[in-house]
Design a protein around this ligand. Structure first.
Ligand code: PHE
Length: 470
């Protein structure tokens, strides 16, 4: 049986940073961040988010990467290596990418479909029932999902340096250029005069986005901004799902983690900010603030209407936008699959090529079931958060992101902060004489603040606050 003798690694810090940023930058940055900013008083949300990135997000990201690099293992075995009593946490962590892959590739398929349709049937994509008709149809979503999954699996199949690193080095700079271009364009647009002769401009939309609006702010509403910013943040940084542990295990010991983690944070946050800069003014100009739907509704319903309203420019901006989103989703889904493949290679001692094919087939079967959740397998269920969901995708999303992720993050903080102690992390960062710059902040975050925040988030997700009418 082919086993690795020497573990593969990223060739250097650039490859690692771009691959990790590729994981972090995903649909969350594009469809969730701008909507949350618009919902929570623009600049107020931006400030809260920024403070959290630099403190809380940084600590969680650093922790995951260090766990990977220090143990040299991916999620399943990393926690076992740290302390055999905690091997259950490895299994929990491994469960997350295994759940996420089944629906992320379905969303990836939708994006590919829109990328093509925005060229071949541009005007049709702006019709209000286009999206619903597409996702509830039986064959097309499966077809596009399989294409997206095949591309993802191919990149993982090719390995760390020749696959993930090589593609990230091409895709991430291209994504950045596209998003900068589209957001600059977004600031220049303006609407036709309405019945009162008023014209809305992109620059007014920019103001809606960045102005800190604190009118009517109460403790309760501030808590809701905080919790939303937090859950967005750790989803966005791809922590608590074994991905950054796995990528961390491919990082060479001479790389300065202070710098790499800072650069990953900056990349992810700048792209999220630019996504808002692109989406908020564009939606504001053509649809007013009501167009700011959350989630898929934003990119698959509001934005195609916005592109249509732009006229000729929309025919270029629309496909460019979907290409950019496809890039973002692809590098994220590659990281999800790598977290599964990397762990299985270690545990079952099988070759990358073999296990990539097996995981791809299993994911395809599960993803077909998720696609069918929109037609033959559709059902209705009320989640502990109070939301009623009708399809498998939203339920799986709840289980992985709202239930497992805060729980895993909380337990990870307990292991690192209290069982092995923060010095375990600090020693790894300071290998080769790199001083850990945010050391004291890290200790306070990992021992006290992050677990507390995660506990709050977890209680909110399982509906405890709602139970007490909070
Ligand atoms: N971090 C990605 C985003 O912001 C999402 C993601 C989720 C990536 C799960 C990998 C795994 O969209």
């Amino acid at each position: 049986m082919a086993t690795q003798t020497k573990k593969s690694t990223f060739s250097g810090s650039v490859g690692f940073i771009l691959a990790a940023a590729g994981s972090a930058v995903g649909v969350g940055n594009i469809w969730r961040f701008p909507t949350l900013a618009a919902k929570h008083g623009g600049g107020l949300f931006l400030i809260v988010y920024l403070i959290l990135v630099l403190t809380f997000g940084f600590s969680l990201l650093m922790t995951d990467i260090v766990i990977g690099r220090k143990t040299g293992k991916s999620s399943l075995d990393a926690f076992k290596t740290i302390n055999p009593k905690w091997s259950f946490l490895g299994k929990l962590t491994f469960a997350v990418p295994s759940i996420i892959i089944t629906y992320y590739v379905v969303i990836g398929g939708w994006i590919l479909k829109y990328m093509v349709s925005s060229v071949t049937e541009f005007a049709a994509t702006a019709q209000s029932d286009y999206f619903a008709n597409f996702i509830t149809s039986k064959i097309p979503p499966v077809f596009w999902m399989l294409i997206f999954l095949a591309i993802t699996a191919f990149i993982v199949f090719c390995g760390i340096e020749k696959g993930i690193e090589r593609f990230s080095k091409i895709i991430m700079p291209a994504l950045f250029v596209l998003i900068v271009g589209i957001s600059v364009f977004s600031l220049t647009i303006k609407s036709q005069p309405d019945a009162n002769g008023e014209v809305r401009t992109g620059l007014q939309g920019l103001w809606v986005y960045i102005k800190p609006d604190i009118t009517g702010l109460t403790f309760k509403s501030f808590m809701s901004v905080l919790l939303d910013a937090m859950s967005q943040l750790f989803f966005s940084l791809s922590v608590a799902m074994g991905i950054m542990i796995t990528y961390g295990s491919y990082v060479k010991k001479d790389i300065d983690l202070n710098k790499s983690v800072a650069q990953i944070e900056i990349f992810d946050t700048v792209v999220a900010f630019l996504a808002g800069l692109m989406v908020v003014p564009a939606v504001y100009v053509f649809m007013g603030t009501e167009g700011m739907k959350a989630g898929p509704g934003l990119i698959f319903q509001s934005l195609p209407q916005v592109f249509n309203a732009m006229g000729f420019a929309g025919r270029i901006i629309g496909p460019a936008f979907f290409l950019m989103v496809a890039f973002a989703a692809l590098t994220s889904s590659v990281s999800i699959m790598e977290a599964i493949v990397g762990a299985c290679m270690e545990t079952f001692k099988v070759s990358r090529k073999k296990i990539s094919v097996i995981i791809a087939i299993l994911s395809a079967v599960a993803a077909v079931v998720v696609c069918l959740g929109y037609n033959v397998l559709s059902f209705g269920v009320t989640l502990p958060t109070g939301a009623t969901e009708q399809n498998l995708l939203d339920v799986l999303d709840y289980i992985s992101n709202s239930f497992f992720m805060p729980l895993i993050s909380l337990l990870t903080c307990v292991v690192i902060g209290w069982v092995v102690k923060p010095q375990w992390v600090i020693d790894e960062i300071e290998i080769g004489g790199h001083k850990f710059k945010r050391k004291n902040l890290y200790i306070v975050m990992i021992k006290y603040i992050a677990p507390l925040l995660m506990l709050l988030l977890f209680l909110q997700s399982i509906g405890v606050f709602r139970l007490f009418g909070l």
